[in-house]
Design a protein around this ligand. Structure first.
Ligand code: SF4
Length: 697
């Protein structure tokens, strides 16, 4: 029997055709009739079968007693957590209990609908997520410029003649903050009919596909981008289109980008001025062009300012809100109705005074908030589908801090570096046992489509999905906290309403008038057409702020501390089969040659006396790791690269393939972009020395 659903392992929303026989997955293929992905899948999709059938996947709540894990019934587990939270908050204060939400929650309908309800009931200010080691700058810039944290303009990928990708490697990531299946074909098409440019310290897989690769010095993106804008202003290349009528602060932007001379920019970026100016001229003149920056841009010292300048480039060059440029999606179930537009700096973290964003604190604060004594100290934590020990800089010390908690609860399928320290693990059902509707990624997609995926398999006996877990926790917490009866009644009602019914309501109120009945009749999904101009009507304040004060103020920091003075800096590296810090033990995702290698330019390796295949020690002020050396001409001189999301500290029985891996984040110092609070993971100074001669890998 064939079943259809959307893949939830990355942002691309590929349609899957799953052949099922006697309750077993026979095959997973691309669904050719899916109007969005048109039959495309990547090798990662097969991990859904491994995950579903893995005998090591935890299926019952496990309570730790000393060294033993005791299976307990769900109702007992939910009551245990709720009572622990209430007791802890009564003994100390509400901030004594914290929550961390990992990235998989945005791929999970139940989590999207019920986790926020549970989180609100906690009334804690200690809320964290993977967003602050990833895409916070995108969200904050969207909030400050357009008025909503998820109003992110998306490249009109199928209609571009010039596409500039900065700090992103879609051929390995499958795209991010730009939902588009089969990026290889789409990018090749742009290259073949126009021009594809990649700006990255490494000649990535995507850069190898492009006509042009500019090897920028890590951490200097803001300087390069301000140079592009400076060139526009100096050469009368500011578009005179409609965007000007609803945008403000153009002159402030002009002043900001005039602060650095081309000579300074060239010194910081190591990109010749002539190349910068040629690209600026080409971009301004191209009728159909877009500039896109992703994780490498966000996770650097000036990440937020860089993301702001990218938006400014698209705006002033006349590429904003028009076909063949960047546009806002218009999803059938509008995400903007589910998620607050955001807020900034309503309160600060207790120890280092970092401003909150949309109710969350930067993840880099988590350790100090656990370890620093005083009112508001974190003493209990719930980790919802995440692995912060691996995702966060200085992960080894965060792992030590977690062991000081009075209790840790993890919603997870496995014992990983984080959940192995839990007092209780709540394992959700397999992704194939729950229904799915993408709430987030239609808001970031290059085309408007809609699809509902029913569960591929009925729920196995005794298993709960994530939505059930959070709804039950919310109801128990409301009862124990003696919340008003009306609120408790509403929560009990909400718990009974299936996610599909909630989506049906959202669709009914949405702009396309799609019904759930229509979605059930169209299991491959429905095409709703290309992105179309919507501004300024869709902007909450009806205008765009071209130069928010927070980013203008960053100029002083750029002048004072432009670059780390270091012979070598490190950048992260992604592999197509990585799923962030999750699922690294799934056999399908771990096959092939060792990925945990230090990529370094051969001439740099020679200077350091490093042999290809030998061992090198890579050190920062935070720590040292020893890794295999792989010389690679794709690296810029003075830049080395290591993969992220690996570690050697997980449970041996579920992580044997990675028994001797290490984590890049173990040596990344705890530091964040002062403007956004987003972790700095790229452009970090490292020292490298040879440990051994080459050996066979
Ligand atoms: S590209 Fe992403 S969504 Fe598509 S099959 Fe691969 S993991 Fe799944």
């Amino acid at each position: 029997m064939e079943k259809y659903r959307t893949c939830t392992l990355c942002e691309a929303m590929c349609g899957l055709k799953i052949e099922v026989n006697n309750g077993i997955v026979q095959s997973i293929k691309g669904d050719e009739k899916d109007p969005f992905s048109r039959g495309h899948i990547c090798p990662k999709a097969l991990a859904l079968k491994d995950l579903h059938e893995d005998p090591n996947r935890i299926r019952t709540p496990l309570l730790r007693e000393g060294e033993r894990w005791i299976p307990i019934p769900w109702n007992q587990a939910i009551e245990w957590v709720a009572r622990k939270i209430v007791a802890l908050q009564q003994r100390y204060d509400e901030d004594a209990f914290a929550i961390y939400a990992g990235n998989p929650n945005v791929h999970n309908l139940g989590s999207m609908l019920y986790l926020p309800t549970f989180t609100r009931l906690l009334k804690t200010r200690n809320r964290f997520s993977a967003s602050s080691v990833d895409q916070w700058p995108h969200q904050q810039v969207a909030f400050h410029m357009y008025g909503h944290q998820f109003l992110v303009p998306i490249p009109d990928l199928d209609n571009l003649d010039l596409f500039v990708i900065m700090g992103g490697n879609p051929l390995a990531s499958n795209g991010s903050m730009m939902t588009a299946p089969d990026l290889r074909t789409r990018l090749k098409t742009i290259r073949d009919r126009g021009h594809l440019v990649v700006i990255d310290p490494r000649q990535t897989e995507t850069a190898k596909l492009a006509q042009e690769h500019l090897a920028i010095r890590p951490g200097s993106d803001a300087f390069f981008l301000s140079g592009i804008l400076r060139y526009f202003f100096e050469n009368n290349l500011i578009d005179q289109g409609a965007w000007q009528s609803y945008s403000e602060n153009l002159e402030a932007l002009h002043t900001f980008v005039s602060a650095f001379s081309y000579a300074e920019i060239e010194r910081h970026t190591q990109i010749p001025t002539v190349d910068l100016q040629r690209l600026a001229q080409r971009f301004a003149e191209a009728p159909r062009a877009a500039w896109y920056g992703r994780v490498g841009v966000s996770t650097q010292k000036f990440g937020a300012t860089s993301q702001w300048l990218i938006q400014a480039i698209n705006l002033v060059a006349g590429k904003f809100d028009r076909p063949g440029g960047v546009l806002f999606p218009n999803p059938a179930a509008p995400l903007l109705n589910f998620i607050s537009k955001g807020h900034f700096d309503r309160w600060q973290s207790r120890v280092s005074k970092w401003p909150e964003f949309s109710g969350e604190l930067p993840l880099i604060c988590l350790r100090e908030e656990i370890e620093t004594e005083g009112p508001g100290q974190i003493r209990g934590l719930l980790v919802a589908a995440g692995n912060p020990v691996v995702s966060n800089p200085d992960g080894a010390r965060l792992e030590e801090a977690l062991q000081k908690l009075e209790f840790l609860v993890c919603v997870d399928f496995y014992k990983n570096e984080t959940s192995r320290h839990a007092h209780l693990i709540l394992p959700p059902a397999s992704p194939l046992e729950r229904d799915h509707f993408d709430l987030i990624f239609h808001q970031l997609a290059i085309r408007n489509t809609v699809k509902y995926s029913p569960p591929t398999f009925p729920r196995s006996e005794g298993s709960w999905d994530d939505g059930q877990i959070y709804a039950a926790l919310a109801c128990s917490l409301a009862r124990l906290k003696k919340r008003p009866w009306k609120e408790r009644l509403r929560l009990a009602y909400m718990r009974r309403i299936s996610p599909a019914r909630q989506i049906a309501w959202a669709l009914k109120r949405g702009p396309h008038g799609v019904s759930m009945k229509a979605l059930r009749e169209n299991p491959h999904g429905i095409d709703l057409g290309p992105l179309e101009p919507q501004a300024p009507a869709n902007l909450p304040k009806g205008k765009v702020d071209l130069a928010p004060a927070r980013y203008l103020a960053d100029l002083e920091r750029m002048k004072k501390e432009p670059q780390p003075c270091a012979e070598f800096v490190v950048v992260g590296r992604r592999h197509l089969l990585n799923n962030n810090s999750w699922l690294r033990h799934i056999p399908h995702l771990t096959k092939g040659k060792n990925r945990m290698t230090l990529h370094i330019h051969p001439e740099d390796a020679q200077t350091l006396n490093l042999a290809n295949g030998g061992l090198a020690q890579v050190s920062t002020q935070t720590g040292s790791i020893t890794v295999l050396v792989e010389t690679d001409t794709a690296m810029a001189r003075g830049v080395v690269s290591l993969p992220y999301g690996f570690s050697d500290r997980a449970e041996p029985e579920t992580n044997s393939l990675f028994a001797h891996q290490v984590s890049l984040n173990d040596i990344i110092p705890l530091a964040a972009d002062a403007c956004s609070g987003n972790a700095i993971l790229n452009g970090v100074a490292v020292e490298i020395k040879a440990v051994s001669e080459a050996k066979n890998t």
